[in-house]
Design a protein around this ligand. Structure first.
Ligand SMILES: [Zn+2]
Ligand SMILES: [Zn+2]
Length: 595
């Protein structure tokens, strides 16, 4: 974030804390940093609701009138501790800083003093104007669920009313587009506590949307030289030991499943036969490597490209679960490419081209995509498998190909997977928010761990390289992104109900049914509104459901064998022969037109 904006928001959080303490003198301020979108401040001993925010805001505007510049107060660390003797949170912070040898600083503006490192605006009266308090939430002290729950107030601040208004408008729009809200309204999916948190249930309309995307995905993969594989949801502990997942990935895996004989033996106090211990799969890769191992391979068999929409399970903390963005069970659109060293570059390029093509197909141009090259942290090598030579080679090739494909990328140290470096692609949605989607990961470790090999052209055994890649990332997250990006107004080929037929009165029901039947035989997803409602009510409901087209049939349409077409925005396209409508909509679906 821009440092000036950061200072502004940090200063606004001082002002908010000052107002809170005047209105609620028992509140204990803790931490209040600026964030990407604004700022927050956490308080203990503060019971408020969002109804209190206008009052706090009003007090802020009052207080700021008496604020001069932020003034640095000289203090010794022991004086500071004395000053905060009734606030265990600030005390903890001061003691921590003292231990690491830092000098404590306090800043004062008006009557308000706060523990702070500095970084403020110059002229509070002039600059602290365009702010808004947004919400109240619970937050654990220092983000640790073992600590006490505090009250967090979120707000934001800008340098002009225009920027503030724009931001607030964006939040409103984001709320309307929220995939959890639209998922419910459009009857696409829900998450049910009785089933389990982070485990979405797909309703018929959501499942058809998924299925359309999946069909497209399979077709494109077959066109691009991939083969399809299928593997189970659980795997033996020996498999995960070999892959290194139990070593490097354990914290994201569910505990082992023990059933039948293994469990009986354990209950009898016998040593459990490890081969009867199973884990839910957090990744598909080890299974694909075992498929490779099933038959001997020669250099002529490579590259092998194997794709699977595989459902994996990863443990995520309850507090981190969020709609379809972060779940515990999800389906990766996964593939592994196993190839020779001399094929690596071309295969990487092919994947990048494929990613770009897929994004375009859903309406995302590359200027809406941010790419990150994730490298290992050279100061923390124990987090990663493999030797320096392997890391140096793979990081270099990945960087070279990213440059060759003209990707506009930033490098991030310490973000690599444990088995190799990767490229991550994040898509900007219609509101400019970033969604982690594609990933292309380079792996020179798993093949060796599994002892897979091929016979080269000189008759010797060699270990191949492996690429892991997912284009959407996961179906769940990608559909979440599509819902928000399109605000539920999907392109016709994806829309769960493509056509709704609306007879004006019950007299046209018979004709309406023949229209529905004809559309069905053309594989168009169609519903009939046969309720005895007014046409106005039927149109409103169809619009709420965001169907792609409404076909209105009245007396004249029955007589002429026509339909009267309306778009979901309400646009009237007039009457036409049913055949003409079918021809148009089929063309739109086949071309996967983005509206
Ligand atoms: Zn400060
Ligand atoms: Zn993989």
């Amino acid at each position: 974030m821009d440092i000036k904006l950061e200072n502004l928001r940090h200063s606004t959080s001082h002002l908010m804390a000052a107002a809170v303490l005047e209105l609620f003198p028992n509140a204990k301020p803790t931490l209040g940093p600026p964030t990407e979108d604004g700022f927050y401040y956490d308080f203990d001993e503060l019971k408020i609701s969002e109804d209190d925010l206008p009052k706090i805001e009003e007090r802020m505007r009052e207080i700021v009138k008496s604020w001069g510049m932020f003034e640095k107060l000289e203090t010794s660390n022991s004086e500071a501790i004395e000053q905060y003797k009734n606030n265990p949170y600030k005390k903890e912070l001061i003691e921590e800083h003292s231990k690491s040898g830092e000098k404590i600083t306090l800043y004062k503006s008006g009557n308000f003093i706060d523990l702070c490192k500095g970084g403020h605006i110059e002229n509070p009266q002039k600059e602290l104007k365009y702010f808004k308090l947004l919400s109240v939430a619970g937050a654990y002290w220092r983000g640790n669920e073992k600590n006490k729950m505090l009250t967090r107030i979120y707000g934001t601040a800008f340098f002009s009313q225009k920027e503030l208004d724009e931001y607030l408008k964006n939040i409103e729009e984001a709320k309307k587009r929220d995939h959890r809200k639209l998922g419910k309204e459009l009857d696409l999916f829900h998450i049910d506590e009785r089933v389990g948190l982070g485990l979405p249930l797909w309703h018929p309309k959501g499942a058809i949307l998924w299925r359309e995307i999946e069909d497209f995905w399979y077709k494109e993969h077959l066109k691009n030289g991939y083969g399809l594989v299928r593997t189970p949801h659980i795997g033996n502990s020996e498999l995960w030991k070999t892959s290194g997942h139990l070593n490097f990935y354990n914290s994201s895996m569910y505990p082992p499943l023990e059933a039948g004989q293994a469990l009986e033996e354990k209950q009898q106090g016998k040593k459990v036969d490890v081969s009867e211990e199973y884990y839910l799969k957090p990744m598909n890769c080890p299974f694909h490597l075992q498929i490779y191992s099933a038959t001997p391979k020669s250099y002529r068999d490579l590259p092998l490209r194997w794709a699977e929409c595989g459902t994996v399970y990863r443990y995520e903390k309850k507090g981190e679960l969020s709609g379809l963005i972060r779940v515990r069970g999800f389906t990766q659109d996964d593939a592994h490419i196993i190839c020779r060293k001399d094929q690596v570059e071309e295969e990487l390029e092919r994947v990048i081209d494929f990613i770009i093509y897929i994004y375009k197909s859903f309406g995302f141009e590359m200027d809406k995509v941010q790419v990150f090259l994730s490298l290992r942290d050279p100061d923390n090598k124990t987090k990663y498998a493999g030797d320096d030579t392997g890391w140096d080679f793979t990081e270099k090739v990945l960087r070279k190909v990213a440059n060759k494909c003209k990707l506009n990328f930033t490098e991030e140290k310490g973000e690599a997977a444990f088995y190799g470096p990767k490229l991550d692609f994040k898509i900007k949605d219609a509101l400019g928010r970033l969604w982690q989607c594609s990933t292309l990961q380079f792996d020179f470790n798993l093949p060796a761990k599994f002892g897979i090999e091929y016979t080269n052209d000189r008759g010797e055994k060699e270990t191949p390289y492996m690429l892991h890649r997912a284009l959407f990332g996961s179906y769940e997250r990608f559909i979440g992104l599509l819902i928000e990006h399109y605000a539920g107004n999907f392109p016709t080929w994806l829309t769960p109900v493509q056509v709704k037929v609306l007879p004006i009165t019950d007299k046209q029901l018979g004709y309406a049914k023949t229209v529905v039947d004809k559309l069905k035989t053309e594989s168009i997803r169609v519903e009939l509104d046969d309720r005895s409602e007014t046409l106005g009510a039927k149109i409103r409901d169809a619009q709420k459901e965001k169907v792609a087209y409404m076909l209105i049939v009245g007396e004249r349409e029955v007589k002429d064998g026509t339909v009267s077409e309306r778009g979901r925005s309400g646009k009237d396209y007039g009457s036409m022969k049913l055949e003409e409508f079918i021809k148009n909509i089929k063309e739109e679906i086949d071309r996967k037109t983005i509206n």
